[in-house]
Every structure is written in structure tokens, then in C-alpha cells.
Design a protein around this ligand. Sequence first.
Ligand SMILES: [Zn+2]
Length: 180
Amino acid sequence: MTRMTPLLARNEQFARTYTPAALGIPAAQLLVVTCLDHRVDPAIVLGLQLGEAPVIRNAGGRVTQAVIDDIAFLAFLAFVAFLAEQLFGGQDAADTLFEVAVIHHTQCATGFLADPGLADAALAASVVADPHATVQADVERLLTSPLLTPKVSVSGHVYAIATGRLTTAVDARYPERRRG
Ligand SMILES: [Zn+2]
């Protein structure tokens, strides 16, 4: 027995009616960046189905260098998948690959790190005390990263733990250099 035992039983149920999702561009053409908080599970909050969207989670849902690297990698994979589909399926030329939705939330536990006596520099960088402010800053950070392909757009949202409601704080936008 491990704590996984009841979840293994749930997985057995799941596998009975399972159909594998095809490898390729995720169906929702969306990538979610959000907090690892167990109250903010995007599969449940956004009703994401298997194969719809990759999800990157860390403390606060912050756009760190590691997150930017992962997004660049996924954009490369999506581009390759798109080329393959174009080759075999004859889709129109895509100047868009997917949208990155950055989601921060209220009552984020990283807010406790805002106490200057408690936080070291790395932890302090992940603090989400005001999700509207941090989500705006992180959308900006991603949009100005030289690693972000101009084929990817970025939007920002705040999830309210008290109501279960997600509101858009920053509308989807492409990097500036796309227009230049
Ligand atoms: Zn959080």
C-alpha cells in the first residue's frame, strides 16, 4: 500500500475507456502557465481535455527563464508538427502556432514569501502578492524575450480562488517585432 493505491484504482477506471490522443499540435492551440497550487488545476478549472493543451506549472505560475526555455521548445515542436501536417494535409500557411495563457491567482501561497525576513532572492522573485500586477509583468517579460517566436501570442488572466472565476487581465498580443 502507498498513498497512490486509491489513485491507481482511479487510473484503472480511466484506462478502461481511454483513447490515446494523436501526437501533433495540441487541439486548443493553447499553452497554459500557472501556479502549482492544487486549488488551481487547469484541467478542472478550464475543463481541459487530454491532448488539448500543454501546461507548465511552478510556484506562482511565474515566467522564469526555465519557463521561457520550455515555451521555446514547445513552439519548435509545434512548428515541426505544423510542417508535417502541411506536408500531408495541405493546411494554409500558419503565421500563428499557439497562444500562451499566463494565469496567476488570488490567495497565492507565494505571497507569504513577501516577508523580507523569510525570502531569499530566488524565492522573492516568485512572489505573487498582487496577481493582477505580476501577471502583467510576466506577460511583458515573455513578449520581450528574444527566445519567443513571433508566431506565439501571449495573454494574462487572474483566477479568483473565492469564486472559481477566471478574468482576463491582459488581452492576447504578439511580440512587437512581429510588426517590425
Ligand atoms: Zn499560487
